[in-house]
Design a protein around this ligand. Sequence first.
Ligand SMILES: Nc1ncnc2c1ncn2[C@@H]1O[C@H](COP(=O)(O)OP(=O)(O)OP(=O)(O)O)[C@@H](O)[C@H]1O
Ligand SMILES: [Mg+2]
Length: 250
Amino acid sequence: MSKLITITSGKGGVGKTTTAINLGAALNSFGKNVVVLDANLTTPNIGLHLGAPIVPISLNQVLSGKAKIGEAIYEHESGTKIIPSSLSVRDLETINHKRLRDVGRRLRKMADFVIYDSAAGLGDEAMAALDASDELIIVTNPEIPAVTDALKTAKVSEQMGKKVRGVIVTRTGGSKSEMPIENIQEMLELPILGVIPEDESVKEALVLKDAVVHTHPRSKSARAYKTIAASIAGVKYREKTFFERLFDWN
Ligand SMILES: Nc1ncnc2c1ncn2[C@@H]1O[C@H](COP(=O)(O)OP(=O)(O)OP(=O)(O)O)[C@@H](O)[C@H]1O
Ligand SMILES: [Mg+2]
């Protein structure tokens, strides 16, 4: 059955877009049909992370009732399907956020997984993405302000009756004073789906305009994203050892 997962956070800049495109790319590599949609309409990121061209039809046209969702799907050169939002401020004027739910209903028929990259916080835009989803993944960094804001998002989701699949803690290992994962789990009372270490490869991938699971498939962050995606897809994943790769002639 098709699933619509919204990637959200309390605090901004914690790694939602990175997570959305890497889970999307990893699910795609496991043979799943995936669409990653940029539900962060005011400050869209997907196009920037994946180097999508300035597209003639973006999500904005769909949400303004001027285009059909099928016309706004683009295939990134890696094979991941994306729906970018417009970078133009003018394209924000006639948008009805509530249409995200209808868009989701239609996308569900076209894909195994629909991933919404949300805006941070609990404003109208973020709430529309929460509301449209079947379930949520909350992204946080291992710092008290980010985890405190994540808790707020978790509580609101609970009140809305939305299932939170769990939490992904990103950019770990960068500082001695960061919160231990056990404390984050205790505070949020949610499963920790995975931990993504601070990794220079993620920044290099951003420059290369592709997901780190493609640009640096054996990096620690790529392996962590693939492990989470495998568990979501219900498939087995194991990275080949050095010797297996050495003798792998295919
Ligand atoms: N594991 C990581 N290691 C190093 N840098 C990272 C990692 N994850 C994300 N980043 C960097 O952190 C910055 C913010 O990431 P990203 O854009 O994914 O956050 P976001 O939550 O989507 O932000 P926003 O709330 O503005 O939409 C980016 O420059 C990204 O490359
Ligand atoms: Mg983002």
